[in-house]
Design a protein around this ligand. Structure first.
Ligand SMILES: *[C@@H]1O[C@H](CO)[C@@H](O)[C@H](O)[C@H]1NC(C)=O
Ligand SMILES: *[C@@H]1O[C@H](CO)[C@@H](O)[C@H](O)[C@H]1NC(C)=O
Length: 577
């Protein structure tokens, strides 16, 4: 996940909160790195839910049946049984550990491939993959895009079927030099302590890349031949926005396969967590948008012995105060992914508090209930408010060069994560509206907002306010959660959890809810390739240290990911999509 994503760790299997009876606040359980499932950590008796009488399915958030391969039933059984053995665990650990030992750090603002020397760390990693996955490299066509971007193609026997696209990234965030001593096991050791594998990339996202390749190597060993073509796309700078990696891979795939050419896309993302008496998996079907707005004040320089009433720094400070006094409103909006996720929890989690369950289930058709649900959720966890609306954070400020010279320029960067129901334009407009009148009326500035002159160009002024956007990204198109690909994925997740249940999930019921990402994945470059894009890596409680010290993954959880990819590939191969 890139650094714009929430740096949350998997919460682990949350114990039944018996001792926290009637205690606020709500626990925000951030699932699998980014897909945040907000779980209310309260206890109350199970309530009966409104049910659709004919199907015995709750009317809200109906669930797909567990889906296991039919045509390849014997192979699936054989492979999942193999994956439950200690031998296979050792093999999986060795693969991930070896991959973690090759550092592939991504830094902000890296120059083009071929110019910036820091990219060369990718070469040994790509060479390692060739040696570590011989059958993959014999059976699949490998296309390199912008030197280190990898596209593997496993040609299916039926070229009329839209391919499956599996994505991942093999770069990692750097290990902060000052934190080196805080690692229990060195960051690039790939140390296995008998339970966990340790090191940078264990969770994000070498487990995804190596999990997919280990799965396919195993399928090839067992003579599986796909009917539907399988394409893999691995980026190498996702942690800095994917401009050099996925930013080239997406267009290359579009050129080669065309628009809407993939049956479904699965990239890194959310996982599953046990809470309120059930397991919830939340594949990301939505991703928030993003914008950085540069707020720049220019004013005449001069000697600071005869200053104006306000310097550019003072004016910028007032503009920032104006923004912080008027944060974008946030609401729980029926129809949004976050709303559906909360309703899914209300429909299925046996131990969710009855009062919250009741208002959530009514919130779609009662404004009173919606408001009450919003109040309960927001007051209990600020993170829920942040996910529901557009956020605002003043993250960078600079201005002035010398203590006796008036600053000619002061700049702040304001970062917004744009609500899934909003847009870049709406966010820019709101921000401009808030600052424009203050700049003109109180500080006598001329204003240029996003290339548009808002004050007469000829009018004299005390300075200029310039708003611009170095970086924007619209909220992602929402993947439908009532279409066959979502249902297939949901059924696959249930089957994969069941197949390794004794290791990772006990015997709690499993539910799948549409999830949303608060940050961005490499899928931002693939919107034209498919309507069915999912951010889901089957991570669970055994991951931690993502983007910080002591990154690790429980070995059995990593094998669980391989079981998931095995089940997904075999299910997709025989599905009508
Ligand atoms: C955003 O606003 C600009 C200027 O008003 C307009 O040209 C552009 O089409 C808008 N973009 C979208 C996606 O609506
Ligand atoms: C704004 O500043 C300009 C340039 O200093 C000045 O000529 C003008 O009178 C000012 N306007 C107001 C309303 O203060």
């Amino acid at each position: 996940m890139d650094d714009t994503k929430i740096k949350a760790e998997l919460p682990g299997v949350i114990p039944a909160p018996r001792q926290t009876r009637r205690r606020w606040p709500i626990l925000l359980a951030c699932l699998a790195l980014v897909g945040c499932l907000h779980l209310l950590r309260l206890v109350s008796p199970t309530s009966r839910l409104p049910c659709d009488k004919t199907t015995h399915q709750p009317a809200v958030c109906p669930q797909s049946d567990t889906l296991v391969p039919e045509k390849n039933s014997a192979l699936w059984t054989e492979l999942t049984q193999l994956q439950a053995t200690d031998d296979f665990l050792g093999r999986a650990v060795a693969q991930l550990s070896a991959a973690v030992q090759i550092p592939t750090e991504t830094f902000d603002s890296m120059g083009p491939v071929g110019e910036d020397p820091r990219w060369v760390t990718r070469g040994p990693f790509v060479d390692h993959l060739v040696a570590a996955f011989p059958l993959v490299h014999a059976a699949m066509d490998l296309q390199k895009v912008n030197t280190y971007g990898l596209v593997y193609t496993w040609q299916g026997s039926d070229a009329s079927l839209k391919p499956l696209l599996l994505m991942g990234h093999y770069d990692v965030v750097p290990v902060a030099p000052l934190s080196v001593d805080e690692w229990t096991h060195p960051a690039y050791s790939g140390h296995f302590d008998g339970e966990f594998i340790w090191g940078r990339g264990c969770a994000d996202d070498k487990s995804g890349v190596i999990g997919i390749l280990t799965t396919i190597e195993l399928l090839l060993e067992n003579d599986f031949k796909p009917t539907r073509t399988i394409v893999l796309s691995f980026g190498f700078d996702e942690e800095a926005g994917g401009f050099h990696g996925a930013g080239h891979l997406g267009p290359a795939l579009l050129e080669r396969f065309g628009p809407d050419s993939f049956a479904m896309i699965v990239d890194e993302g959310a996982g599953f967590v046990e809470t309120y008496g059930a397991i919830f998996a939340t594949p990301g079907v939505a991703e928030k948008g993003y914008t950085d707005i540069s707020v720049e004040v220019q004013s005449p320089g001069g000697h600071s012995s005869i200053p104006p009433e306000h310097t550019s720094i003072g004016i910028l400070a007032a503009l920032i105060v104006q923004l912080e006094a008027n944060p974008p409103p946030a609401h729980l909006v029926p129809g949004t992914t976050l709303f559906e996720m909360a309703q899914c929890l209300a429909a299925h989690a046996p131990d969710l508090p009855v009062d919250l369950k009741r208002v959530l289930l009514r919130a779609g058709h009662s404004e009173k209930a919606r408001k009450e649900a919003e109040r309960m959720l927001f007051s209990s966890d600020p993170a829920f408010r942040a996910l529901a609306g557009t956020t605002q954070a003043v993250d960078v400020i600079s201005g002035g060069v010398k203590s006796n010279a008036l600053p000619e320029q002061a700049v702040a960067i304001v970062n917004h994560r744009i609500a899934t129901q909003s847009s870049v334009n709406e966010t820019l407009k709101r921000n401009t509206d808030l600052l424009r009148d203050l700049a003109i009326e109180r500080f006598n500035l001329s204003v240029i907002a996003h290339g548009e002159q808002l004050t007469p160009a000829s009018a004299a002024s005390a300075g200029t306010l310039i708003l611009s956007t170095p970086r924007t990204l619209e909220p992602a198109p929402i993947t439908p959660s009532d279409a066959p690909p979502f249902k297939l994925l949901a059924g696959t997740i249930r089957a994969a959890i069941r197949a390794s249940s004794d290791k990772i999930a006990g015997d709690s019921p499993v539910y799948v809810a549409p999830g949303m990402m608060s940050g961005n994945t490499d899928t931002r470059y693939t919107w034209a390739l498919s309507r069915h894009i999912f951010r889901y890596g089957h991570g669970s409680g055994g991951m931690g240290g993502i983007h910080t010290v002591n990154e690790h993954i429980r070995a059995t959880d990593f094998v669980g990911m391989i079981t998931f990819f095995t089940t997904l590939i075999l299910n997709v191969d025989e599905a009508v999509l």
